[in-house]
Write a protein that binds this ligand. Structure first.
Ligand code: SF4
Length: 488
């Protein structure tokens, strides 16, 4: 067995060179022993580390682009077996070029699982790093955070903090690596100890007061909260010490809110909407709104099509004004119609979960619908979803275009056929167009996938799981496209 020594835990170029040599020399996966420098366990049977001679006339190895992306992610995992796993995959690809498309292959499946764990870990780091201010001799504020990721993700996660906190000087300490930004340069250093990070600062009391004020007991879902914010991260979160007392008092506070009564009962909202007189002048007569707030307000009295008449309210898009990614669904559902917010029902929860698994920070995405009013058919006590027709989609495109003009996303993901139709101005077959980058008539960039409600409707659990994985893969690919664009 030949031992390969890599310079450090995330030495991708070292792994790539050694893998290339191994393939050219015809070294089978079981003939190689992958180690990281300085972590060798004594092994009497491993040969000295020397480059194997290539087989004369050996062909250059085949390395698909998809493999590179996957390998760069997988190598960030803490499992020592990841180097061998990647080599087995590459070895397999030489014999079966489309191996990565075989999701049932154990190594492909394992690599996808590992990649997903890495993306989740990066997402958690983005969400749960909390900076604390420290005093510096120069008097300039400097912010330091302590975080314990599961894997070797500091280099991969750090560019997000540069974009988010460009104007701050900060350092993130972890047991494996430290990342520092001085306002101009991002640098990395050896890991640190927890005691080297501050445990509180002067704004923490303010932050806790703010958290206590925005805490809404009526929206408390403890299981979902601990799933989104696992307890092991709590020790670094200033707000965590409030969670226990606030959740214990939640039932009491919720009872008080119920007693106080809703400000506008949903049951009356539709009648109220019907009574609302049509504006004398169309508010959207051609002048584009100057801000999202203005657009949202103007859309409340839209009469461009007949859908406003039976819906409770207009459900406008939500998200950051300068989101790089915009997700467009079809139309609000029953829950969204009552709540006045997009993607808050079952499909929205599935979308949230998929975004998390694809390591896409939900707070950085603008979500909206092609059609802003709920189209339904009353059936007894229920309101059954009805697909908006082409004239309704065309009428509502004015609002979607207004949102696009204001947010100016770098990439739009259409969730389902109605959204794709609204954006492309023509009917689209999702199965044919999904998962590839398309150009919009105005030069925008579009990525198409299914709507999460499609996944909810699938009757067969196996198909549901398979399609859910494809959905995550579509979202992840779109997000990576954006990240790639940011690096170029
Ligand atoms: S669905 Fe769109 S176009 Fe039709 S009334 Fe509502 S906001 Fe206006």
């Amino acid at each position: 067995m030949r031992r390969i020594r890599l310079a450090h835990q995330t030495d991708f170029s070292g792994w790539r060179d050694a893998a290339r040599q191994g393939l050219l020399a015809g070294s089978a996966p079981e003939a190689l022993d992958w180690r990281v420098e300085g972590e060798d366990a004594p092994d009497l049977f491993a040969a000295e580390d020397h480059a194997a001679a290539p087989i004369p006339g050996a062909e250059a190895p085949r390395v698909p682009r998809a493999f590179i992306g996957l390998a760069e992610t997988v190598i960030l995992h803490r499992d020592p077996g990841r180097f061998a796993l990647l080599y087995r995959l590459l070895w397999g690809i030489q014999r079966q070029p489309r191996l990565l498309e075989d999701a049932s292959h154990p190594d492909v499946h394992l690599a996808e699982q590992v990649a997903r764990a890495i993306r989740r870990d990066i997402h958690k780091m983005h969400a749960f790093v909390r900076f604390r201010e420290i005093a510096t001799p120069e008097g300039e504020p400097h912010f330091v955070a302590w975080f314990e990721p599961d894997n070797f993700i500091v280099e991969a996660a750090a560019p997000f903090f540069v974009r988010r906190f460009t104007g701050m000087r900060w350092t993130i300490l972890t047991p494996d690596r430290a990342a520092a930004w001085d306002g101009e340069h991002l640098t990395f250093a050896e890991g640190a100890r927890r005691e080297q990070a501050p445990t509180s600062d002067r704004v923490e009391a303010l932050w806790r007061a703010y958290y206590a004020n925005i805490f809404n007991p009526a929206r408390l879902k403890l299981a979902a909260m601990t799933r989104e914010m696992p307890k092991r991260y709590w020790k670094n979160l200033p707000e965590a010490e409030l969670i226990g007392p606030l959740t214990r008092r939640a039932t009491e506070r919720e009872d008080a809110m119920v007693k106080a009564g809703p400000t506008r009962p949903p049951a009356f909202a539709a009648a109220e909407a019907r009574r609302r007189p049509a504006p004398a002048e169309p508010v959207d007569s051609g002048t584009r709104p100057g801000s999202l707030g203005e657009a949202r307000e103007a859309a409340q009295s839209c009469r461009r099509c007949g859908l406003w008449e039976h819906a409770t309210q207009t459900v406008f898009g939500e998200g950051p004004e300068r989101a790089r990614l915009m997700l467009v669904g079809e139309q609000p559902g029953d829950r969204e119609d009552l709540a006045g917010a997009p993607f808050v029902g079952p499909a929205g929860r599935m979308l949230d979960r998929a975004l998390e698994e694809a390591a896409i920070p939900r707070g950085e995405v603008y979500v909206t619908n092609a059609v802003k009013h709920f189209k339904f058919e009353p059936r007894g006590k229920f309101r059954l979803h009805k697909t908006p027709d082409a004239p309704e989609i065309a009428a509502c495109r004015w609002w979607l275009e207004s949102e696009r003009a204001l947010v100016r996303p770098e990439l739009i993901v259409a969730l389902g056929a109605s959204a794709a139709q609204a954006l492309l101005g023509k009917r689209v077959i999702i199965g044919r167009e999904r998962g590839q980058l398309m150009s919009l008539p105005d030069g925008g960039r579009l990525w198409i996938t299914v709507h999460p409600s499609y996944l909810l409707r699938l009757p067969d659990e196996a198909a549901k799981a398979r399609e859910y994985d494809r959905f995550i893969a579509d979202l992840g690919a779109a997000w990576r496209l954006l990240q790639g664009a940011a690096q170029t």
